[in-house]
Design a protein around this ligand. Structure first.
Ligand code: SF4
Length: 446
């Protein structure tokens, strides 16, 4: 057994259903957005009623739930926020994740016993900040900036050991300090600091040339049919760093110079535990059940091994990470300056080695059939994987019946389809189906 304190695995819960899957696939705690006042506001599907149900569900499991209320408020939002906080407080979550110092002050004044965790959005980058928030404001846990190295995290823990450290270990990252960026405001009038980022950094940007002696700018990539690939390789350099070459790749659609890869620290968990991190946080409240299952299986098994003093078998666990959508993985700043491959310059596509086929909604023991909510087309005879919290089973689908009238089907399609399929045994309530991806060009990022 490891003598380090038990580490929490903290999952995103975008709605009540995802909250339940997060716990089924290994979460010790979840974070959930409150209506209107959390980042990811557009994707937050909780209502006050479902949030209350989520708290009750969490309590029954003996796990924890944190409410995310981490916007930076403008004046007009102060009063509505405090009104909403009354409702949050009545639901009694384990803590509130907040970032705006003004809102934190108001909450502290009116609800002195409310436990507040300082959001990553507050850009917590040094021990003096952490000490300040703890001593002056009573913050008990800080979610450190993703932009820190392992050495910096360790130093913060050593200087302020009484404050719990939470750290993101997996998921999408910003090319700016987490969320503190105005790109999305400029390009789509959606403010990342109010929870409505349009992810403008991942869009395609075109390369323009300017001809001598003319003010006309022209876009030589405007007609993709006329596109001629640029010859040779192109790089940007910055005046003060003439030896540092930043590659710029372009295709017929444009270039993706700010498209950050996703963070994955599966192989750094022990280092992070030793540095003082007590909560490993997974990004992605807008992500699918397939994502929760894949990330959950990989991180839960790795952490269980570490806590039992075993060496995790990462070769066996990481396929779940590559099965789900990703933009290629980077360890971010954890080993110091950004690793070379932190931006995916070629495209803004997402990749996955396995397709999400569907979610098993019920099992009919008498017929040996499961009702499947179909997410992607599949055909009779296909080889699929049943993914469950406790394991993976592979088999061939040799019966597909319409859920309306039991009529045999040669295939099933995503969308509104529900079908019955044969399954060798009851896979339990949380099973999903995956298969090797059909589009191999989308299976791997270089
Ligand atoms: S536009 Fe990109 S960098 Fe800016 S906040 Fe949104 S995700 Fe982050």
């Amino acid at each position: 057994m490891s003598d380090l304190p038990k580490t929490e695995l903290l999952f995103p819960a975008g709605n009540l259903e995802k909250l339940k899957y997060a716990f089924a696939y290994g979460a010790d705690a979840v974070y959930a957005g409150v209506p209107m006042f959390s980042l990811r506001a557009r994707e937050n599907q909780f209502t006050w009623e479902s949030l209350a149900e989520g708290v009750e569900y969490t309590r029954k499991l003996g796990k924890k739930i944190y409410f995310t209320a981490n916007i930076y408020a403008h004046n007009m939002k102060l009063a509505p926020f405090m009104k909403a906080f009354e409702k949050m407080y009545a639901l009694k979550p384990d803590a509130y994740i907040m970032s705006d110092p003004g809102l934190i002050g108001m909450v502290r004044e009116q609800y002195p016993d409310a436990e507040i965790h300082l959001s990553v959005q507050a850009n917590n980058t040094n021990w003096a900040q952490v000490k300040f928030w703890h001593e002056q404001v009573g913050i008990t846990r800080v979610i450190l900036s993703r932009e820190l190295s392992l050495r910096e995290i360790r130093e913060i823990h050593e200087k302020v050991p009484q404050v719990e450290i939470e750290f993101f270990v997996h998921g999408a990252i910003c090319m700016a300090y987490s969320g503190r960026c105005l790109l999305s405001n400029y390009l789509s009038n959606r403010d990342p600091n109010q929870g409505v980022c349009s992810h403008s950094c991942r869009w395609e940007y075109k390369v323009f040339h300017q001809e001598n002696n003319t003010d006309d700018l022209y876009d030589e990539t405007l007609q993709s049919g006329n596109y001629e690939p640029l010859k040779g390789e192109y790089f940007l350099t910055e005046e003060m760093h003439p030896d540092q070459y930043l590659p710029v790749d372009e295709d017929e659609y444009g270039t993706y110079i700010m498209n950050a890869r996703d963070m994955c620290l599966l192989d750094c968990l022990q280092d992070l535990r030793e540095a003082g991190v007590v909560s490993f946080k997974i990004e992605g409240r807008s992500k699918t059940i397939n994502y929760l299952a894949g990330v959950g299986r990989a991180y839960r098994r790795t952490l269980d091994d570490l806590e039992a003093g075993r060496v995790p078998d990462l070769d066996a666990y990481s396929p779940d990470i590559f099965a789900i959508s990703n933009r290629g993985y980077t360890p971010g700043f954890i080993r110091g300056n950004l690793a070379e491959k932190s931006i995916y310059y070629d495209k803004n596509d997402e990749y996955h080695e396995e397709d999400f086929v569907g979610i098993i909604r019920e099992y009919d023991v008498n017929r040996g059939m499961a009702r499947l909510e179909v997410k992607n087309r599949f055909d009779l005879g296909e080889h699929v994987k049943i993914v469950m919290p406790e394991g993976v089973l592979e088999y061939n689908i040799d019966t597909i019946l319409s859920s309306k009238d039991d009529a045999p089907q040669p295939s099933a399609h995503g969308g509104a389809w529900d079908v019955w399929i044969n399954i060798p045994h009851d896979p339990g309530p949380w099973a999903i189906l995956r298969r090797k991806t059909r589009d191999v060009s989308k299976s791997k990022v270089d």
